[in-house]
Ligand binder design. Structure first.
Ligand code: DX5
Ligand code: ZN
Length: 221
């Protein structure tokens, strides 16, 4: 299976989000990455729940890849209209009752992914391999676009992939943070399946999005 793209909407032209979504949707891009932040788990606020909900009315085939950087994320699920086809990533570090949160996502027909920040060891994922469909490995400290990759990220990606292989489970690995032109191939070689493409690749200034998508597809084949 080829690598799949998940362009990060918070890095797009925020004054023209509907056209940004439509262009990607028409190109057959698999996912749109929608970052939600509560200004507590991370010190920033980006896309709000109303906008995340509204994206459903624009998308015809692209799926939502919702990354919730917030404590007790369940409180936002209704407002985001979480449902069939969505990936919903919640942070290991932000949930008191993680199994309940994961079950709630599943019950809504969505796909639960478990996100881990750079300082959280890969091994914490193992306890949840029976109930998640994927994991989101943060290769930058979450909260802002444009951050540098954290040293040791490639080893982390490779470790997560080997734990998944050992489990025998069909779990996807998504990589989020500084997925740049020169590093995305190495991330693919470490086993990444879904690539969150933001300011260090697709949304670099002055690029034609169609050319950029074609270039990234080639790199993560
Ligand atoms: C950061 C977000 C990422 C962000 C990545 O906390 O989770 O999705 O958009 O942006 P770049 O590619 O600039 O690291
Ligand atoms: Zn993200």
């Amino acid at each position: 299976m080829n690598g799949m793209l998940s362009p990060s909407l918070m890095c797009a032209d925020v004054l023209n989000l509907q056209s940004e979504l439509t262009v990607l949707d028409k190109m057959g891009v698999e996912y749109i990455h929608l970052d939600f932040m509560d200004n507590r788990f991370v010190s920033n606020i980006t896309l709000d729940t109303g906008l995340i909900k509204a994206t459903k009315s624009v998308l015809t085939q692209m799926k939502r890849d919702i990354h919730i950087m917030a404590y007790e994320p369940q409180q936002y699920f209704d407002r985001m209209d979480i449902g069939e086809g969505d990936i919903v990533s919640v942070h290991y570090e932000a949930c008191e009752k993680l199994s309940d949160v994961i079950a709630d996502i599943r019950q809504r027909g969505a796909s639960p992914f478990l996100a881990i920040s750079p300082d959280t060891p890969a091994e914490v994922l193992c306890d949840f391999f029976d109930v998640i469909d994927g994991c989101l490995v943060m290769t930058v400290y979450p909260g802002f676009a444009g951050r540098p990759i954290v040293p040791g990220s490639f080893e982390k990606l490779a470790r997560v992939k080997s734990l998944i292989k050992e489990s025998g489970k069909n779990i996807l690995m998504e990589v989020d943070g500084h997925v740049s032109w020169d590093l995305c191939r190495k991330m693919r070689d470490c086993g990444a399946d879904i690539f969150v493409a933001g300011s260090s690749s697709l949304y670099q200034k002055g690029l034609d999005i169609e050319d950029a998508v074609a270039r990234m597809r080639e790199l993560v084949k």
